[in-house]
Design a protein around this ligand. Structure first.
Ligand code: FES
Length: 170
């Protein structure tokens, strides 16, 4: 399995930190979207308690903020797993078996897209081209891309990630 780039982790949700984080977008065109993206980059999701806070900062109703987060599916409303696994669904990866790989990964993790495993380790998401088509099928774990992924390769990777998340030796 080919591997590219690095990985990320999120901060624990903190409303005061979130409020400070979004101040730079106050009064800017598209400020709410920028603020929501910044919150998600920082915490991995947009907590319910951010709705009222954002409403006050951007002079919008809670319902309006909620409407934005519901319309754009990129915004997660619950805490993601320790690792977010994205499986490419675009054409080149499909031609190299991503559909079967997706089915096998879903079965192995026991979740569908947009769900998190019961132990909180993995959130599964679709993605549409990771720019690594020559090495299809591709997946991304956090910000790291893996090419030519097989289900066996994924199982090994998932086991290794789960072990490192619990602090055990690989
Ligand atoms: S189609 Fe999957 S990486 Fe481009």
């Amino acid at each position: 399995m080919q591997q590219l780039a690095g990985s990320i982790k999120y901060q624990e949700w903190n409303l005061d930190v979130a409020k400070m984080t979004v101040q730079e977008f106050r009064g800017r065109t598209g400020g709410v979207m920028l603020a929501l993206h910044k919150i998600q980059e920082t915490f991995g999701y947009v907590d319910d308690s951010a709705m009222s806070m954002l409403g006050k900062v951007f002079n919008l109703t809670r319902a309006e903020i909620h409407g934005v987060t519901s319309f754009y599916h990129d915004f997660k409303r619950s805490k993601p797993g320790t690792y977010t696994v994205k499986v490419c669904q675009a054409e080149a990866c499909q031609a190299m078996g991503s559909e079967k790989l997706t089915t096998d990964i879903k079965a192995f993790l026991g979740v569908d897209f947009h769900e998190t495993t019961a132990n909180g380790e993995f959130t599964l998401e679709p993605v549409y081209c990771l720019g690594n088509c020559a090495c299809s099928p591709n997946i991304m774990v956090d910000k790291q891309t893996y090419g030519r992924v097989s289900i066996d390769g994924f199982k090994t990777l998932a086991d290794s990630l789960a072990t490192s998340a619990t602090g055990e030796n690989v």
